[in-house]
Design a protein around this ligand. Structure first.
Ligand SMILES: [Zn+2]
Length: 424
């Protein structure tokens, strides 16, 4: 079994469940911190584990350019390379090709683009994006899609959506033919690729197929991921719904993607400059056309308020650079609203950043110290700020899950006061 999605409880449109991947069991709805180049900037892997990150995201475009897929593949994939034992998701590279690279040329075959690092020329197609993602070895990988720009006219949105549908079919075909080439467990130092909680003693060898008990009492069957055997876990490929800002095109894109058939579906092409209300409208209408029994992933969204809103609409997975990027710019999310730590008003403030936060930073340091670190351009400022912001996002999602289980709606009222269930 490469992916299993179990819904525990529904509450209105919201649902909480478990997504079981080869490397981790993930509670949903989940927020996935972004580890662009196999690193969540400023935060070492052991701290990410402590913060409760169950799955992190890697960017195929960046990793393909540096250090290169082959380097990562030889290390057993991203899990081995970055020593991360929980789940990983990689994007297809499409979004970065369209947003970061220069001189791109899009044809039916794929996209020719220039690296933002050194100007060298490269080509991504559905097939090469799958090849790269299989080499990187994330638990969940994404079909190669075209992120339609905003604004775009009707003809452009339709043509782009139709090409994404054709690329999805090509992505799936290549993946099905080559999915057993995933590099898990192929390196000698298998300590790095053995999923967390599975000690060497619990299994005679990671390469064997054997039922073992994990620390939480769950019994799982371990297999070598290197064998071309039908029972061996592989990666899971998700399809992506596009269609610009047009509801009818989104519906058609969803139907065509579902017809191809994927174990999970993403909503892409949002947060590309459109008004926030439009994002919400498109998300809500697209969700209606996605299967209820499959995980739904909203890509690249959003603020703490937005991730709560989308979880309540029935989104199961989200990722966003906002908590980590904002942290590096001194913008911190707290239960009392946003704090710009660079402001002089915090220079002598002895209180914690967020009195309601239980993270390491809020338990130990004052606003005055965090402000000083930021003003002094200390590396530690970025580290501590990122730890807090990620903690805030992950805790927010945990509260959302808890509320769904209790049959309540978790409301996030930043700045104006506290959500009714914020004290949970
Ligand atoms: Zn904190």
């Amino acid at each position: 079994m490469s992916l299993e999605f179990l819904i525990q409880r529904t509450n209105g449109k919201a649902r909480t469940g478990r997504l079981i991947t080869p490397h981790a069991e993930i509670e949903t709805p989940v927020f996935m911190p972004v580890g662009t180049v196999a690193s969540v900037k400023g935060v070492p892997q052991d701290l990410l584990e402590e913060l409760g990150a169950q799955i992190i995201l890697g960017n195929t475009y960046h990793l393909y350019l540096r250090p290169g897929v082959e380097t990562v593949r030889k290390m057993g994939g991203l899990h081995g390379f970055m020593s991360w034992r929980r789940a990983i998701l990689t994007d297809s590279g499409g979004f970065q090709v369209f947003s970061l690279s220069e001189l791109r040329k899009v044809t039916e075959d794929g996209v020719t683009f220039r690296s933002h690092l050194d100007g060298s020329s490269h080509f991504f197609s559905p097939e090469s994006a799958m090849e790269a993602q299989i080499g990187l070895g994330a638990d969940i990988i994404m079909a190669f899609d075209e992120c339609t720009e905003y604004p775009a006219d009707q003809a452009r949105m339709r043509a782009s959506m139709e090409m994404t549908a054709r690329w999805a079919a090509r992505s799936k075909q290549y993946f099905e033919e080559r999915k057993h080439e995933v590099p898990w467990a192929r390196v000698g130092t298998d300590a790095f690729v053995r999923p967390e909680g599975r000690s060497p003693e619990s299994s005679t060898a990671w390469g064997d197929s054997k039922v073992v008990s994990l620390s939480d009492g769950v019994e799982v069957e371990l297999h070598s991921a290197g064998r071309t055997n039908a029972s061996v876990p592989t990666q899971s490929l998700f399809g992506i719904v596009q269609g610009g800002m047009e509801r009818a095109l989104r519906k058609e894109s969803a139907e065509r993607t579902i017809e191809i058939g994927f174990p999970g579906y993403a909503i892409g092409g949002l947060s590309v400059g459109e008004p926030r209300e439009l994002t919400c409208e498109i998300v809500e209408s697209t969700l209606e056309h996605l299967p209820k029994d499959k995980p739904r992933y909203l890509m690249g969204v959003g603020t703490p308020e937005e991730i709560v809103k989308y979880a309540n609409l029935g989104v199961d997975m989200m990722d966003c650079v906002l908590p980590t990027r904002a942290a590096r710019h001194g913008l911190l999310f707290t239960s009392e609203g946003k704090v710009s730590i660079k402001q002089a008003r915090y220079a002598s403030d002895p209180g914690p950043l967020d009195p309601k936060c239980h993270c390491k930073v809020c338990q130990r340091y004052s606003r005055a110290y965090l402000r000083h670190l930021y003003a002094s351009n200390e590396v530690l400022a970025q580290v501590l700020n990122t730890i807090h912001n990620l903690s805030f996002y992950l805790d927010t999602m945990q509260r959302v899950r808890h509320s769904i289980l209790l049959g309540e709606e978790y409301r996030f009222l930043s700045g104006a006061g506290l959500g009714r269930n914020l004290e949970l």
